[in-house]
Design a protein around this ligand. Structure first.
Ligand SMILES: Nc1ncnc2c1ncn2[C@@H]1O[C@H](COP(=O)(O)OP(=O)(O)OP(=O)(O)O)[C@@H](O)[C@H]1O
Ligand SMILES: [Mg+2]
Length: 608
């Protein structure tokens, strides 16, 4: 029983990603998966052998009957038939393996290239496409193709070949009998397509109800303590019962058209068989008995051919939904791979030493939204320590993202180290941002600090079996010591070898920043942008952060987005942002002494 998941129109490509229309799908697929192109002729030949070989059986029967069932003619006919069936079986096996291998290797390539593209796509694209969407294009979308293939979809090709060959042979035997068969088939196809649409609609509803059921279950499991404490178990149970009933009902509703479709195919085969039988008999009786227009062998063969024609037809129509799902999945992953890379391949290198920054008349926006930075101009000297302050939403983080190419200016120019930012080959290791909530990988603190050299495991007794690199471990320990993080680490259960959990969830935001600061210090960049955590930092961690920051900033240009007064106080210069503009600039003591935005901010900090 084949179930279409959806026959909906494919949705538009996500903004920023390449869009691939139905027409350009094949050319794009062949361009990005060249392995599909190789040996296409052999694939086609195998398909014809696999599809055609099955049809030899009715032809053998026809030969046997028309030769009067004489043993000396039946025996060779049966031998030929048997060989053909064997060849068909072997071809089908080879074809399936070949298709599966080719498609799976194409999909593996798509996953690999897709992941690479995620890393080198334009920052503006990466910002506009939700990360969940990117992930699904590399996982579940690709899986849909595999699911289709493994669910029997690979026989699509064999069935199409069989359909074609059966149709041709029927027409050759007797086009007069083939016509009613084709007409009835057209009727069958259109009715089945209509039913498939109904099934798809009902399935879409069933999937919605199932996902609702899932969220109700998830909520009542996660919220169990609240449900217990508020005594709302009965209400939750009712909600759960409703969701279960609804999912069951909507699944049942899909069964009627589904079975209807199967039954329709059977009825059509019956009607066609009777039509061919009666028509064939009438036809052979109608002409000159000495020279019948259709031999009895041909009539019998036609009856068999009807089944050989309608079965693949049924299969093709019923798997249309799944095929479309698989194509949609394939198209979505292709869209990711076909998105042009934004890596600068012929760019200039940055000069050595601390890097200055010159921002001239720079404006910025997200997507097609309003401007969030307005004609910003500022110059930061090499080695200068700048603090950026301002109310929430004033554009501080956007400014930081501009300097690291996470956001592309909509107007104006930015130079780092005297080189236009968009012409710099690579910022890696030279310009580093420590975000408000740094991303940590599942692993130990040492591994996360040592990200700069990803191939060496630095945890002691690393389970992966990689030999802990002494020098990397020493480097990590030295950095930790220099940044004054030893006390903090001593308080953790396993020190540097403490597991941080997925995304670093076992550490607080402040602690994640400490790890990121150590990671940055080890990378030894020349321009550091530090986005101070806004919340969740306890005083002790805050002190550790400030201490580490003081060490890290030595000898480098630093831009610290400050949410605490101490960060601004210790900077060479404070830039005050307001509504996407720099409204004040100067040393903390000078700015604090006169009324204005900064003075107001200090009041707010003091009253916290
Ligand atoms: N990814 C985004 N998409 C659309 N708009 C955004 C995005 N990120 C920020 N903005 C908008 O840009 C403006 C500036 O945001 P930004 O994050 O730069 O502020 P901020 O000064 O860093 O604030 P905070 O102190 O809260 O971190 C805000 O109006 C915000 O809503
Ligand atoms: Mg911010």
């Amino acid at each position: 029983m084949r179930v279409p998941m959806s026959l909906d129109r494919p949705e538009a490509a996500a903004p920023g990603l390449s869009s691939i229309s139905g027409r350009s799908f094949l050319t794009t697929a062949l361009r990005f998966s060249p392995q599909l192109r190789q040996g296409l002729l052999v694939t086609g030949l195998l398909a014809l052998l696999a599809g055609g070989g099955r049809i030899v059986a009715p032809l053998t029967i026809q030969q046997a009957i028309d030769s009067g069932l004489a043993p000396h003619t039946v025996a060779p006919a049966v031998t030929v038939g048997a060989i053909a069936v064997l060849v068909a079986g072997a071809s089908s096996l080879l074809l399936n393996r070949r298709l599966q291998e080719k498609v799976e290797s194409a999909l593996a390539g798509l996953r690999r290239d897709g992941l690479r593209r995620v890393h080198d796509m334009a920052a503006s694209t990466a910002d506009r496409v939700p990360s969940a969407d990117l992930v699904s294009r590399l996982t579940s979308d690709v899986d849909q193709v595999t699911t289709f293939l493994q669910g029997g979809g690979i026989q699509f090709v064999t069935n199409a070949a069989q359909l074609l060959i059966a149709g041709v042979i029927m027409s050759v035997f007797s086009w007069q009998l083939a016509v009613p068969v084709l007409l009835l088939s057209a009727l069958l196809i259109s009715t089945m397509m209509l039913m498939q649409r109904v099934i798809a609609r009902r399935y879409a509803q069933a999937r919605r109800d199932l996902s609702r059921l899932q969220s109700v279950v998830a909520e009542s499991v996660a919220g169990a303590p609240v449900i217990r404490s508020t005594g709302t178990a009965a209400r939750t149970a009712r909600k759960l019962d409703d969701a279960v009933d609804q999912a069951r009902d909507s699944l049942l509703r899909t069964l009627v058209p589904l079975h209807g479709n199967t039954a329709l195919g059977e009825v059509t085969i019956g009607v066609m068989t009777v039509t061919v039988l009666l028509g064939g008999v009438w036809f052979s009786l109608a002409g000159d008995p000495a020279q019948p227009r259709l031999s009895s062998g041909e009539v019998v063969a036609m009856i068999f051919l009807v089944t050989f024609f309608v079965r693949p037809l049924q299969f093709l129509v019923q798997s249309l939904g799944e095929a479309q799902n698989a194509l949609t999945g394939w198209r979505r992953s292709l869209e990711l791979v076909a998105t042009p890379s934004e890596a600068v391949t012929d760019g200039s290198a940055l000069p050595p030493g601390p890097l200055g920054v010159r921002v001239t008349q720079v404006s910025a926006r997200y997507g097609s939204g309003p401007l969030v930075l307005h004609a910003l101009s500022v110059e930061i000297e090499p080695g200068e320590h700048v603090a950026v302050v301002g109310r929430t939403g004033s554009g501080k983080s956007t400014f930081a993202k501009l300097l690291t190419r996470r956001v592309v200016p909509s107007a104006g120019t930015i130079c780092v180290g005297g080189v236009a930012l968009d012409r710099i080959a690579s910022l890696a290791g030279r310009v580093v941002i420590v975000p408000q909530d740094p991303f940590l990988f599942d692993g130990t603190i040492a591994d996360n600090i040592n990200l700069g050299t990803p191939h060496t495991a630095v945890s002691q007794g690393n389970a992966a079996g990689a030999s802990p690199s002494g020098s990397s471990r020493d480097g990590v320990e030295r950095i930790v010591d220099e940044l004054g993080l030893s006390d903090w680490l001593a308080g953790l259960p396993d020190g540097l070898d403490t597991q941080v959990g997925l995304r670093g969830e076992r550490l607080s935001v402040g602690e994640r920043q400490l790890v990121a600061l150590a990671r940055t210090a080890l990378a030894d960049p020349d321009l550091v942008i530090f986005d101070e955590a806004t919340s969740g930092v306890d005083p002790a961690t805050d002190v550790a952060v400030q201490k580490a920051l003081a060490v890290l900033t030595r000898g480098r240009t630093t831009i610290a987005i400050a949410h605490r007064m101490i960060t601004a106080e210790t900077a060479d210069r404070v830039l005050v942002f307001d509504g996407g503009r720099i409204v004040q600039s100067g040393h903390h003591s000078a700015l604090a002494a006169r009324p204005g935005r900064y003075a107001a901010l200090i009041d707010a900090w003091r009253n916290q």
